[in-house]
Design a protein around this ligand. Structure first.
Ligand code: C2E
Ligand code: MG
Ligand code: MG
Ligand code: MG
Length: 277
């Protein structure tokens, strides 16, 4: 009896695996046509100066509205797009679209674009960035490329050379999700980062948990020591923001200051004055 039960469990497991693989293949297939079919769009989330609350720029976040399944989270589709290589085509669209949008703003705010490992290691990435800037007329210093540490480890020397070429264009580079990858500290020395983004998981409860507070304080100290500005991600409460202000954190981003939304929602910053959202 035990044996047949075991087999039943195994079959169930196998069936579930099969369903997951099929699901993944379907999404992968649909992803290939998502841009051309107009299913992708961008939302923008404000980044603010902690001292005065002014908006300094926006992070661009990709959204996919699947015709049958509705909104699918980037946490689900980005990894599939990366593994299948479709991220190259999608990422190219994101970069062009973001530069085109930012170039229309009367206020010269920055636009931060997420770039994944596959893109960083692709042969023509620097050329693509150059072309996007050139075609849209966006000043290079207004573009910030966000990269996680894990995106660099595939081929560190290649990644290093790519980042240096991007810097040479005048583009800025931010380390995303700081604290969640491997050997964070040595990466800050090995690559030419201009900014550190502390992962939102450290900001949660930073005002309530002494251990988390100590970690965030040391990250801010590291930024100060290296002369790199630090942005805190995922700021949701006043108490978190007060903590960051008291610890001299320069920049913040999170639901408290503004949820990611269509850029039209932020016209008062892109085209008006830049005061508090
Ligand atoms: P990320 O770059 O670290 O982006 C921050 C994520 O935190 C976003 O999730 C954002 O919506 C969310 N967030 C912002 N403020 C708060 C807050 O106060 N509380 C909480 N709980 N969350 C907050 P999202 O949009 O789902 O994106 C997830 C990840 O997908 C991004 O993490 C990024 O790694 C990736 N991604 C998004 N757009 C792109 C893209 O165009 N290209 C690439 N390669 N990756 C992208
Ligand atoms: Mg990011
Ligand atoms: Mg992040
Ligand atoms: Mg992330």
């Amino acid at each position: 009896r035990a044996k047949s039960e075991g087999r039943g469990t195994y079959r169930f497991f196998e069936a579930k695996m099969g369903a997951q693989v099929r699901e993944r293949r379907l999404l992968e297939h649909d992803l290939r046509h998502a841009v051309a079919r107009g299913e992708m769009h961008l939302v923008y989330q404000p980044q603010t100066d902690v001292r005065n609350g002014s908006v300094t720029g926006f992070e661009v976040l990709l959204r996919w509205r699947h015709p049958e399944r509705g909104a699918i989270s980037p946490a689900v589709f980005i990894p599939i797009a990366e593994e299948s290589g479709v991220i190259l085509q999608i990422g190219e669209w994101v970069l062009r679209e973001a530069c085109r949008e930012a170039a229309t703003w009367t206020n010269p705010l920055t636009v931060a674009v997420n770039v994944s490992a596959v893109q960083i290691h692709a042969p023509h990435f620097v050329q693509l960035v150059h072309e996007s800037l050139f075609r849209t007329g966006l000043k290079p210093e207004r573009l910030e490329i966000e990269i996680t540490e894990t995106a660099l480890i595939r081929d560190p020397s290649r990644a290093q050379s790519t980042l240096r070429q991007l810097k040479a264009l005048g583009v800025r580079i931010a380390m995303d999700d700081f604290g969640t990858g491997y050997s964070s500290v040595s990466n800050l020395r090995a690559y030419p980062f201009d900014k550190i983004k502390i992962d939102g998981s450290f900001i949660r409860s930073v005002d309530a948990n002494e251990q988390t507070a100590a970690i965030v304080r040391s990250m801010l100290g590291l930024g100060r020591g290296l002369g790199l500005p630090v942005l805190a991600e995922g700021v949701e409460t006043d108490a978190e923001l007060r903590f960051l202000a008291a610890e001299d954190c320069q920049a913040a981003q999170g639901y408290l200051m503004g949820r990611p939304a269509a850029i039209e929602q932020f016209a008062r910053f892109t085209h008006g004055n830049q005061l508090k959202p």
